[in-house]
Design a protein around this ligand. Structure first.
Ligand code: GTP
Ligand code: MG
Length: 418
């Protein structure tokens, strides 16, 4: 099939530098009518819809105003080569193109004498044709606009939304499905789900949490582990859980610098006594420093519990940070956040707590929420690793974080390998 004069003009509209087509409009009574018109004109693809809107039409003094639907669209490069230059055998395509070029020259110059500008344009088109034709060949059926309408992609987007992933994450994953999977692969729903699970797993970066000190480090500088975070997220409970895990083979000391919440120190002391571990309530930066320095050679790990402060409570944050600025020892700081917080709160907390230079996040109360996309989205957006997850109030309900802890909570997502 050879290009018509209109098709040649369509080619002519292509931007010389970028190869892009200009934006065009089509209107109708309904959006369905507009799409039907587009399909009639161009077939099932080869164009992308940029905007959909309703516009007012006609009207006298505000009366008889009609609303019509309008689509803005742009032809895609595939369009030209798919419909105007359908793939042929190697010789066939060149023959088609030669003929098309001659038609184009005749059509646009109107006489037999070649116009140098048109010849230049024809050469440019020929070069573009070769490059894009080769690209089309290599992508075979994987290429093509139809993938925009593949139901499995919409299904995945809905699933991610139901799992509370942010719009940014949903868009990124849909984009990857469109660009990285062939139409055949997109037809395998289980495979698509497995692929998406892998991508989600890769968004959860984990770090080894506070492991027990190696025997050879005994008697050297103790490790100082501090938990910070907003009020009620589970700092104290988690710190006690961590201490209970580290107790075996390590000499511990528990320090609380939470002098804000009523009864906090009593609660802390009760836990420490139950574990038979010494505890101290430090009220100033000097006191913390004294306990830590005095702990050298005496303790392997000192755990510091802090007062809860909201993401925007910069005053309490500043005071707490000062108390953790220790001479000679750099505390390992973990940010404690609960899984049920919404993404915007989590990103604000993760961002504002950067002042503590925390090394990883501890996600608590995983048991309290059936959706986890909010947490995964925030971790990915802020590029923060996770060290621990906690799944209940009992002392044993803590574990070193693994992507699987989060994947398990994705509802309606199928498993399996590609
Ligand atoms: N369900 C569930 N509850 C938890 C978990 N971790 C902590 N909690 C509960 O959350 C509540 C608050 O825990 P705390 O450890 O006192 O929280 P905090 O961050 O120290 O609070 P402040 O000191 O007031 O800032 C308590 O009732 C805990 O039992 C968990 O993983 N799952
Ligand atoms: Mg507390």
């Amino acid at each position: 099939m050879l290009p018509s004069r209109n098709a040649a003009i369509t080619l002519y509209k292509q931007d010389r530098e970028t190869g892009e087509f200009p934006l065009e409009k089509i209107d109708g009574e309904t959006f369905e009518e507009c799409t039907a018109k587009l399909r009639k004109q161009y077939g099932s693809g080869g164009y992308e819809i940029i905007t959909k809107r309703k516009v007012r039409e006609g009207g006298v003094l505000g009366l008889f105003i009609r609303k019509k639907c309008e689509l803005t669209y742009r032809l895609t490069q595939d369009r030209v080569f798919r419909s105007n230059f359908p793939p042929a055998d190697a010789g066939g395509r060149n023959r088609d193109f030669e003929q098309a070029k001659q038609d184009l020259l005749k059509g646009l110059t109107g006489d037999k004498r070649p116009n140098p500008d048109i010849i230049e344009l024809a050469k440019l088109i020929e070069r573009k044709f070769d490059t894009l034709g080769a690209r089309l060949d290599s992508r075979e059926s994987a290429a093509g606009p139809d993938r925009d309408t593949v139901p499995v992609i919409h299904g995945i987007e809905d699933l991610l939304e139901a799992n509370e992933f942010t719009a940014a994450v949903r868009k990124k994953i849909a984009g990857r499905l469109k660009s990285e999977l062939t139409l055949e692969q997109l037809g395998d729903e289980t495979g698509v789900h497995a692929r998406v699970r892998d991508w989600i797993a890769a968004m959860v970066r984990t770090v080894p949490a506070a492991e027990p000190a190696a025997p050879e480090s005994m008697g050297k500088k103790p490790r100082v582990i501090a938990l910070v975070g907003p009020t009620g997220e589970g700092k104290t409970t988690t710190l006690i859980k961590m201490a209970a895990q580290a107790r075996k083979g390590n000499k511990l000391c528990l320090i609380t610098i939470d002098n804000i919440r009523g009864g906090a120190t009593d609660q802390f002391e009760t836990y420490a006594k139950a574990m038979d571990v010494p505890s101290v309530n430090a009220k100033s930066a000097e006191e913390v420093q004294r306990v830590v320095s005095g702990g050298e050679g005496k303790f392997d790990i000192l755990f510091i519990d802090t007062a809860g402060c909201g993401a925007f409570d910069f005053e309490t944050m500043g005071k707490t940070r000062q108390m953790l600025e220790l001479k000679g020892i750099k505390p390992e700081v973990f940010l404690v956040v609960s899984a049920s917080k919404k993404t915007s709160d989590l990103t604000a907390i993760m961002g504002n707590y950067d002042t503590f230079k925390y090394q990883a996040v501890i996600v608590t109360k995983l048991d309290e929420t059936p959706r986890i996309g909010n947490v995964i989205s925030a971790l990915a957006e802020k590029d923060k690793p996770v060290a621990y997850v906690t799944t209940g109030q009992s002392i044993k309900q803590i574990k070193a974080a693994e992507p699987e802890d989060f994947l398990q909570k994705l509802s309606d997502m199928k498993g399996g390998d590609l």
